[in-house]
Design a protein around this ligand. Sequence first.
Ligand code: ZN
Ligand code: ZN
Ligand code: ZN
Length: 370
Amino acid sequence: MKLFSCPSCSQVVFFENVLCERCSHALGYEPESNRMLALEPEEGIWVSAGRHSDGSRWKYCGNYEFGVCNWLIPGDSADTFCKACRHNLTVPDASNPANVANWQRMEIAKRRMVYTLLRLRLPLFTRDEAPEGLGFDFLAETPGEQHVMTGHDDGLITIALVEADDAEREKRRTSMGEPYRTLLGHFRHEVGHWYWDRLVRDGGALAECRAIFGNDEVDYGEALQTHYRNGPKPNWQDEYVSSYAASHAWEDFAETWSHYLHIVDSLETGHWWGVSVDPRVKDSGLLTTTIDFDVFAEAITIEDITDAWLALSAALNSFNRSMGHNDLYPFVLSETVRGKLGFIHDLVHFRLGNQRANLPQAAQGAAAGG
Ligand SMILES: [Zn+2]
Ligand SMILES: [Zn+2]
Ligand SMILES: [Zn+2]
């Protein structure tokens, strides 16, 4: 994630901020130019403020009133919702304060996920724009009714609102034997299924994908049942990024996809903070890196990414241990997994298949780099 500064007073501000603590300006994120804007209210609209302001006029996303979104829309736009929230189909009942608190946590994760998709210039379209578009249902559980399962079904991503509750999520994490379970991880995983449909199945990369991730025609329901009944495949670490990834080729793809987004976001963060890692012990040099590159640049290779991540994640794990936390990145990237990440890297940079051919017109424009 990029690091921002307040256009009015130059205080460092963060992606999630809605107010500058130093100069008290309202803040909003403008996805088109990837900037945080300082804003002043003026007759029902917000005007960009600060020394280099162009006086442009903005409105907040319709979800700003619930405290769940800080993204901006041009003041003269007919849209009500921002680039991230226009994918929402069902949102929680905002008359219940507990729902709103959970929804806020969800939206923080969702916006961060969408941010990286936009930075990667990936196609993104709603179900209004095309029937197979990306949509989110945030569903609260009502007592006595069926459990809400987080998952993906033909472009529709269902998110169980209860996962935003830390105690509940931690309970699920330990009962599933997972080293890592976060809201952001859920979003990145589920959207990976959507991109499999778009970029692999409809994008002409199916044969290349099967050669790396295996046969996706294996019965999905049976494969998951087998996984839950028999537990993780022995030695899954050699070939998969997580034990769940070993359950089916689709899950392997979604898990690897989510790791690609985790790593890219973390390296962008490292870049903006000016992070270098250079251990003060005699070592092989494997854990040395200077994150002086733009991780989204066309020339960046998967080796650039995984080499830097090896060093950065080792350092970050050490920090977590210093604070008594579990490892920040409790995963090992085997040679095979790095090959899978390389496939995803080529896929998001449109180097495989003919992915642009089958996208709706609007999304093609976005993918072309607008
Ligand atoms: Zn400020
Ligand atoms: Zn929004
Ligand atoms: Zn999945």
